[in-house]
Design a protein around this ligand. Sequence first.
Ligand SMILES: [Zn+2]
Length: 117
Amino acid sequence: MHELSIVMSILDIANNTVELHHAKEVEVIELDIGEIAGIEMPALDFAWQAAIPGTVLQKAERQINHIPGIGKCLECGATFPMPNLYTPCPECNSYFADVIAGKELKIKSLTLATAED
Ligand SMILES: [Zn+2]
């Protein structure tokens, strides 16, 4: 399940960030997840429940920004909504397009809790 490896790499980054700032744990984690990044949210939730308890992310509030897919047609240059990778250009019906948004999978921000509290 590749969602588990995604959660593990998110956890790696969170651990490193907490260590770097001598913080205690993460309060809020904000994720950008593209509509066509190939992430199954139920699988991501399941992996999260399995991997996160006992870590710096266990109390973190998750905020997820779902980024809509946008394609740019390589034939006519139109940009258009791309709910999946097989969306033809609405102007010229070409299937040749660059994905210009919607494949994001990244941590947008981490809010850390300090060790003092
Ligand atoms: Zn086109």
